[in-house]
Write a new protein. Structure first.
Length: 298
Protein backbone atom coordinates (compact mmCIF):
# COMPACT_ATOMS: atom_id res chain seq x y z
CA UNK A 1 0.00 0.00 0.00
CA UNK A 2 2.86 2.30 -0.85
CA UNK A 3 3.44 4.98 1.82
CA UNK A 4 1.04 3.34 4.27
CA UNK A 5 1.63 -0.36 3.80
CA UNK A 6 -0.17 -3.13 5.60
CA UNK A 7 3.18 -3.93 7.16
CA UNK A 8 3.16 -0.47 8.74
CA UNK A 9 -0.33 -1.04 10.11
CA UNK A 10 0.63 -4.41 11.56
CA UNK A 11 3.83 -3.10 13.08
CA UNK A 12 1.92 -0.27 14.73
CA UNK A 13 -0.64 -2.65 16.19
CA UNK A 14 1.77 -5.38 17.23
CA UNK A 15 4.53 -3.20 18.60
CA UNK A 16 5.37 -3.93 22.21
CA UNK A 17 6.08 -0.28 22.98
CA UNK A 18 3.62 2.59 22.96
CA UNK A 19 5.02 5.80 21.58
CA UNK A 20 4.00 9.00 23.30
CA UNK A 21 1.76 11.07 21.07
CA UNK A 22 3.35 14.37 20.15
CA UNK A 23 1.25 17.52 20.63
CA UNK A 24 -0.63 18.44 17.46
CA UNK A 25 0.43 21.86 16.24
CA UNK A 26 -2.60 23.55 14.64
CA UNK A 27 -0.22 25.59 12.50
CA UNK A 28 0.85 22.49 10.57
CA UNK A 29 -1.16 20.99 7.75
CA UNK A 30 -4.04 18.64 8.50
CA UNK A 31 -2.26 15.72 6.84
CA UNK A 32 0.82 16.28 9.02
CA UNK A 33 -1.31 16.44 12.17
CA UNK A 34 -3.05 13.18 11.30
CA UNK A 35 0.27 11.54 10.50
CA UNK A 36 1.70 12.62 13.87
CA UNK A 37 -1.37 11.34 15.68
CA UNK A 38 -1.37 8.07 13.78
CA UNK A 39 2.32 7.34 14.24
CA UNK A 40 2.20 8.30 17.92
CA UNK A 41 -0.76 6.09 18.77
CA UNK A 42 1.20 2.91 19.45
CA UNK A 43 -0.89 -0.17 20.26
CA UNK A 44 -4.49 0.90 19.78
CA UNK A 45 -7.70 -0.80 18.62
CA UNK A 46 -8.74 0.13 15.11
CA UNK A 47 -12.05 1.66 16.26
CA UNK A 48 -10.24 3.92 18.73
CA UNK A 49 -7.63 4.93 16.15
CA UNK A 50 -10.38 5.87 13.69
CA UNK A 51 -12.19 7.86 16.38
CA UNK A 52 -9.09 9.91 17.21
CA UNK A 53 -8.15 10.53 13.59
CA UNK A 54 -11.71 11.49 12.69
CA UNK A 55 -11.95 13.95 15.59
CA UNK A 56 -8.92 15.86 14.30
CA UNK A 57 -10.05 15.55 10.68
CA UNK A 58 -13.55 16.98 11.18
CA UNK A 59 -12.25 19.74 13.46
CA UNK A 60 -10.49 21.32 10.47
CA UNK A 61 -12.55 24.29 9.22
CA UNK A 62 -12.11 23.26 5.58
CA UNK A 63 -13.47 19.78 6.27
CA UNK A 64 -16.32 21.24 8.32
CA UNK A 65 -17.22 23.44 5.37
CA UNK A 66 -17.27 20.43 3.07
CA UNK A 67 -19.42 18.46 5.50
CA UNK A 68 -22.11 21.15 5.38
CA UNK A 69 -22.52 20.72 1.62
CA UNK A 70 -25.37 18.38 0.77
CA UNK A 71 -23.46 17.05 -2.25
CA UNK A 72 -20.21 16.60 -0.28
CA UNK A 73 -18.26 17.80 -3.30
CA UNK A 74 -15.02 19.73 -3.18
CA UNK A 75 -15.55 22.45 -5.78
CA UNK A 76 -15.13 25.19 -3.17
CA UNK A 77 -11.74 23.99 -1.88
CA UNK A 78 -8.94 26.44 -2.57
CA UNK A 79 -6.30 25.12 -4.95
CA UNK A 80 -3.65 25.61 -2.27
CA UNK A 81 -5.52 23.25 0.07
CA UNK A 82 -6.14 20.38 -2.32
CA UNK A 83 -2.96 18.41 -1.63
CA UNK A 84 -3.31 18.70 2.15
CA UNK A 85 -6.98 17.71 2.22
CA UNK A 86 -6.40 14.82 -0.17
CA UNK A 87 -3.55 13.40 1.93
CA UNK A 88 -5.55 13.84 5.14
CA UNK A 89 -8.64 12.19 3.68
CA UNK A 90 -6.48 9.37 2.33
CA UNK A 91 -5.03 8.66 5.78
CA UNK A 92 -8.43 8.53 7.47
CA UNK A 93 -9.84 6.44 4.64
CA UNK A 94 -6.97 3.96 5.03
CA UNK A 95 -8.58 2.89 8.32
CA UNK A 96 -12.24 3.87 7.94
CA UNK A 97 -12.76 2.95 4.26
CA UNK A 98 -16.05 4.74 3.87
CA UNK A 99 -17.74 5.46 0.51
CA UNK A 100 -18.07 9.15 1.43
CA UNK A 101 -14.34 9.45 2.06
CA UNK A 102 -13.56 7.69 -1.20
CA UNK A 103 -15.92 10.04 -3.02
CA UNK A 104 -14.09 13.00 -1.49
CA UNK A 105 -10.69 11.59 -2.45
CA UNK A 106 -11.90 11.14 -6.02
CA UNK A 107 -13.24 14.69 -6.19
CA UNK A 108 -10.07 16.19 -4.70
CA UNK A 109 -7.89 14.21 -7.10
CA UNK A 110 -9.92 15.42 -10.07
CA UNK A 111 -9.47 19.00 -8.88
CA UNK A 112 -5.74 18.39 -8.47
CA UNK A 113 -5.60 17.06 -12.03
CA UNK A 114 -7.34 20.16 -13.29
CA UNK A 115 -4.91 22.41 -11.45
CA UNK A 116 -1.87 20.39 -12.57
CA UNK A 117 -0.85 19.47 -9.00
CA UNK A 118 -1.84 15.79 -8.94
CA UNK A 119 1.23 13.75 -8.02
CA UNK A 120 1.98 10.16 -8.94
CA UNK A 121 1.73 9.31 -5.24
CA UNK A 122 -1.77 10.78 -5.08
CA UNK A 123 -2.78 8.65 -8.05
CA UNK A 124 -1.41 5.54 -6.32
CA UNK A 125 -3.19 6.43 -3.08
CA UNK A 126 -6.49 6.85 -4.87
CA UNK A 127 -5.95 3.60 -6.72
CA UNK A 128 -5.31 1.80 -3.43
CA UNK A 129 -8.44 3.31 -1.90
CA UNK A 130 -10.49 2.11 -4.87
CA UNK A 131 -8.99 -1.38 -4.53
CA UNK A 132 -9.79 -1.50 -0.81
CA UNK A 133 -13.45 -0.77 -1.51
CA UNK A 134 -13.46 -3.16 -4.49
CA UNK A 135 -14.20 -0.42 -6.99
CA UNK A 136 -12.28 -2.38 -9.58
CA UNK A 137 -13.72 -0.76 -12.72
CA UNK A 138 -12.80 2.72 -11.48
CA UNK A 139 -9.39 1.49 -10.34
CA UNK A 140 -8.71 -0.04 -13.76
CA UNK A 141 -9.71 3.24 -15.44
CA UNK A 142 -7.32 5.17 -13.16
CA UNK A 143 -4.60 2.60 -13.81
CA UNK A 144 -4.90 3.27 -17.52
CA UNK A 145 -5.27 7.05 -17.39
CA UNK A 146 -2.34 7.49 -14.99
CA UNK A 147 -0.18 4.71 -16.50
CA UNK A 148 0.16 3.05 -13.11
CA UNK A 149 2.44 0.03 -13.00
CA UNK A 150 -0.07 -2.29 -11.35
CA UNK A 151 -1.92 -5.41 -12.45
CA UNK A 152 -5.29 -5.18 -14.13
CA UNK A 153 -8.07 -5.96 -11.68
CA UNK A 154 -10.74 -8.59 -12.27
CA UNK A 155 -14.27 -8.18 -13.54
CA UNK A 156 -16.62 -9.17 -10.71
CA UNK A 157 -19.92 -10.95 -11.28
CA UNK A 158 -22.71 -11.70 -8.81
CA UNK A 159 -25.03 -9.69 -6.60
CA UNK A 160 -24.34 -7.76 -3.41
CA UNK A 161 -26.03 -8.97 -0.23
CA UNK A 162 -26.11 -7.82 3.39
CA UNK A 163 -24.20 -10.86 4.63
CA UNK A 164 -20.50 -11.68 4.95
CA UNK A 165 -19.44 -11.54 1.33
CA UNK A 166 -16.21 -12.56 -0.33
CA UNK A 167 -14.82 -12.78 -3.84
CA UNK A 168 -14.20 -16.23 -5.24
CA UNK A 169 -11.26 -15.93 -7.61
CA UNK A 170 -11.72 -17.72 -10.91
CA UNK A 171 -8.48 -16.37 -12.38
CA UNK A 172 -6.54 -13.11 -12.34
CA UNK A 173 -9.20 -11.27 -14.34
CA UNK A 174 -12.45 -12.85 -13.14
CA UNK A 175 -14.07 -13.18 -9.72
CA UNK A 176 -17.52 -13.93 -8.39
CA UNK A 177 -19.32 -12.51 -5.37
CA UNK A 178 -20.37 -15.13 -2.84
CA UNK A 179 -21.76 -15.07 0.68
CA UNK A 180 -20.24 -17.14 3.46
CA UNK A 181 -22.58 -19.69 5.05
CA UNK A 182 -24.93 -18.31 7.67
CA UNK A 183 -26.06 -21.62 9.16
CA UNK A 184 -23.94 -23.97 11.24
CA UNK A 185 -20.58 -23.49 12.93
CA UNK A 186 -17.76 -21.95 10.93
CA UNK A 187 -14.31 -20.55 11.62
CA UNK A 188 -13.37 -17.47 9.65
CA UNK A 189 -9.61 -17.09 9.36
CA UNK A 190 -8.63 -13.51 8.53
CA UNK A 191 -5.19 -13.82 6.95
CA UNK A 192 -2.98 -11.97 4.52
CA UNK A 193 -0.50 -13.49 2.07
CA UNK A 194 2.06 -10.79 2.96
CA UNK A 195 1.82 -11.65 6.68
CA UNK A 196 4.34 -14.28 7.69
CA UNK A 197 2.33 -15.33 10.75
CA UNK A 198 -0.74 -15.81 8.55
CA UNK A 199 1.14 -18.03 6.16
CA UNK A 200 2.68 -20.04 8.99
CA UNK A 201 -0.79 -20.59 10.43
CA UNK A 202 -2.26 -21.64 7.09
CA UNK A 203 0.62 -24.02 6.40
CA UNK A 204 0.09 -25.68 9.77
CA UNK A 205 -3.66 -25.92 9.28
CA UNK A 206 -3.19 -27.44 5.83
CA UNK A 207 -0.52 -29.97 6.80
CA UNK A 208 -0.67 -30.72 10.54
CA UNK A 209 -2.82 -33.81 11.21
CA UNK A 210 -3.53 -32.53 14.73
CA UNK A 211 -5.43 -29.62 13.15
CA UNK A 212 -7.45 -31.76 10.77
CA UNK A 213 -10.58 -31.14 12.91
CA UNK A 214 -10.54 -27.49 11.82
CA UNK A 215 -10.28 -27.80 8.06
CA UNK A 216 -13.89 -28.76 7.19
CA UNK A 217 -15.23 -25.69 8.98
CA UNK A 218 -12.64 -23.14 7.91
CA UNK A 219 -13.25 -20.16 5.63
CA UNK A 220 -10.02 -18.39 4.65
CA UNK A 221 -10.64 -14.67 4.08
CA UNK A 222 -8.16 -11.96 3.04
CA UNK A 223 -9.23 -8.61 4.55
CA UNK A 224 -9.62 -5.73 2.13
CA UNK A 225 -6.73 -3.29 1.99
CA UNK A 226 -5.01 -1.04 -0.51
CA UNK A 227 -3.16 -3.76 -2.38
CA UNK A 228 -4.33 -6.70 -4.44
CA UNK A 229 -1.97 -9.67 -3.92
CA UNK A 230 -3.62 -11.70 -6.65
CA UNK A 231 -0.53 -13.73 -7.62
CA UNK A 232 0.02 -15.02 -4.10
CA UNK A 233 -3.67 -15.71 -3.57
CA UNK A 234 -3.92 -17.68 -6.81
CA UNK A 235 -0.72 -19.60 -6.02
CA UNK A 236 -2.10 -20.60 -2.63
CA UNK A 237 -5.47 -21.56 -4.11
CA UNK A 238 -3.87 -23.73 -6.77
CA UNK A 239 -1.88 -25.59 -4.12
CA UNK A 240 -4.77 -25.77 -1.61
CA UNK A 241 -8.08 -25.93 -3.50
CA UNK A 242 -9.82 -27.16 -0.33
CA UNK A 243 -8.76 -24.02 1.61
CA UNK A 244 -8.91 -21.21 -0.95
CA UNK A 245 -8.10 -17.62 -0.05
CA UNK A 246 -11.21 -15.50 -0.56
CA UNK A 247 -10.73 -11.71 -0.70
CA UNK A 248 -13.19 -9.88 1.52
CA UNK A 249 -15.96 -7.83 -0.09
CA UNK A 250 -16.27 -4.84 2.29
CA UNK A 251 -19.64 -4.36 3.94
CA UNK A 252 -21.24 -3.47 7.25
CA UNK A 253 -21.55 -7.14 8.26
CA UNK A 254 -17.76 -7.42 8.52
CA UNK A 255 -17.33 -4.52 10.97
CA UNK A 256 -17.59 -6.57 14.21
CA UNK A 257 -14.94 -9.01 12.95
CA UNK A 258 -12.22 -6.59 11.88
CA UNK A 259 -9.41 -6.22 14.41
CA UNK A 260 -6.61 -4.96 12.17
CA UNK A 261 -4.60 -8.05 13.13
CA UNK A 262 -3.75 -11.08 11.02
CA UNK A 263 -4.14 -13.91 11.55
CA UNK A 264 -7.38 -13.68 13.50
CA UNK A 265 -9.78 -16.60 13.88
CA UNK A 266 -13.48 -16.08 14.60
CA UNK A 267 -15.93 -18.85 15.52
CA UNK A 268 -19.41 -18.09 14.21
CA UNK A 269 -22.46 -20.24 14.97
CA UNK A 270 -25.53 -19.50 12.85
CA UNK A 271 -23.99 -16.11 12.10
CA UNK A 272 -23.36 -15.21 15.75
CA UNK A 273 -19.81 -14.55 16.94
CA UNK A 274 -18.96 -17.01 19.74
CA UNK A 275 -15.18 -16.75 20.21
CA UNK A 276 -12.05 -15.25 18.66
CA UNK A 277 -8.29 -15.76 18.77
CA UNK A 278 -5.52 -13.66 17.25
CA UNK A 279 -1.89 -14.33 16.42
CA UNK A 280 0.10 -17.46 15.77
CA UNK A 281 2.80 -19.40 17.56
CA UNK A 282 4.46 -22.61 16.44
CA UNK A 283 2.10 -24.77 18.49
CA UNK A 284 -1.02 -22.83 17.48
CA UNK A 285 -2.05 -22.58 21.14
CA UNK A 286 -4.50 -19.73 20.66
CA UNK A 287 -6.23 -21.48 17.79
CA UNK A 288 -6.41 -24.80 19.61
CA UNK A 289 -8.25 -23.12 22.50
CA UNK A 290 -11.17 -22.58 20.12
CA UNK A 291 -11.72 -26.30 19.62
CA UNK A 292 -14.16 -26.75 22.55
CA UNK A 293 -16.25 -23.84 21.28
CA UNK A 294 -16.29 -25.28 17.77
CA UNK A 295 -17.14 -28.73 19.11
CA UNK A 296 -20.19 -27.42 20.96
CA UNK A 297 -21.84 -26.66 17.64
CA UNK A 298 -21.50 -30.16 16.25
Amino acid sequence: MHSMTRALLLSLLLSSSVAAAAPLDPATGLAERLQALDEGSGVQPIAQRIQHLRAVYVSDARVAALDTQSSDLCDTVAASDLDDLFAATSRLNFYAREPALLQRMTCLFQRMKQSGTASAQAARDLYGALVAQRRFAAANALRQSEALKVDELPVVSGERTAGLQVLQLQDALHARLAELPRDGTWVIALVHPYCGFSMDALAAIADDPTLAWLRPQLQVVVPSDNNWPVTRMLEWNAAHPDLPMQPMQPGAAWAPLLTGLTPTFHVLRDGELRASASGWTDDGAALRKLRPVIGEGR
